[in-house]
Design a binder for this molecule. Structure first.
Ligand code: BTN
Length: 246
């Protein structure tokens, strides 16, 4: 069980045992005009989805699967969300972590958390809203096979963590950062993201819509895109998948 009161979230928080995907529930609530920052959490997802059509596995009672309804603020929201998680981990004393562009939280080569942002039309206006889906591996399940590439916050900090404290720290950072993002755009986050980002300076392969470009990730631009140095010149990557070559 999750003690939702301990999370002390300032908007509605709905906690369910099993759903198809928390993003679907949050999208329905968003269409019905949910209060901004309404959160949906679940222990089990029968159709949890990751980026690029992948399946996302949630470990009941050990990980966090949550989706947040957010007004359309800025296209860099996924990066800011991941930075919020990074900051929240630091708030909890988890230091040796990094960001992999655009929105993975890493412990060495192991993925600790990922963010899937989806945008939906509002039902009674021309505007849109976001559903920010966040999957966080908090504690390491003892009885289940954890994929080799997956890590947990507990591994990174060397002790189990209360999921409530992780959710609370993340939601506090996220809400504060969304206010800043709405007022000032991505600029206030640029330097911290650059410093936390393990992708920069590395040889990478960028993939999007059947295209592949190899190069060195040289910089993060003010709009959140990555500047790739390739044999054919500089290439700007706005979205897609970035694989770090080792
Ligand atoms: C990724 O591929 O890295 C993103 C993973 C996002 C998973 C979360 S878990 C909560 C929410 N519900 C989903 O179906 N997906 C997101």
């Amino acid at each position: 069980m999750l003690d939702t009161k301990a999370i002390a979230h300032t908007a509605p928080l709905i906690y369910l045992e099993e759903v198809d995907s928390t993003n679907n529930i949050a999208a329905d609530l968003g269409r019905q005009g949910a209060v901004p920052f309404t959160v949906v959490m679940a222990e089990r997802q029968t159709a949890g989805r990751g980026r690029h059509g992948r399946v996302w596995r949630t470990f009941p009672y050990q990980s966090l699967a949550m989706s947040i309804v957010i007004p359309a603020v800025d296209s860099t929201l996924p990066l800011v969300a991941c930075l919020s998680l990074y900051q929240a981990c630091h708030d909890l004393g988890i230091q040796n972590i990094a960001l992999k562009w655009p929105n993975d939280l890493m412990f060495g080569s192991r993925k600790l958390a990922g963010v899937l942002t989806e945008s939906y039309p509002l039902s009674n206006s021309t505007g849109r809203f976001y559903v920010l889906g966040c999957g966080i591996n908090v504690n390491t399940p003892e009885d289940e096979d954890v994929p080799e590439v997956a890590g947990t916050l507990a591994m990174a900090v060397g002790r189990p963590l209360a999921r409530e404290e992780v959710a609370k720290a993340f939601l506090v950072r996220l809400q504060k950062n969304c206010t800043t993002l709405e007022k000032h755009g991505f600029a206030p986050f640029l330097t911290e993201y650059q410093q936390a980002c393990i992708t920069l300076g590395k040889p990478v392969v960028w993939k999007e819509g059947g295209r592949e470009v190899s190069g060195i990730a040289r910089d993060l631009n003010a709009d959140g895109s990555i500047l790739l140095e390739t044999p054919a010149g500089m290439h700007t990557c706005h979205s897609g998948e970035m694989i770090i070559e080792h």
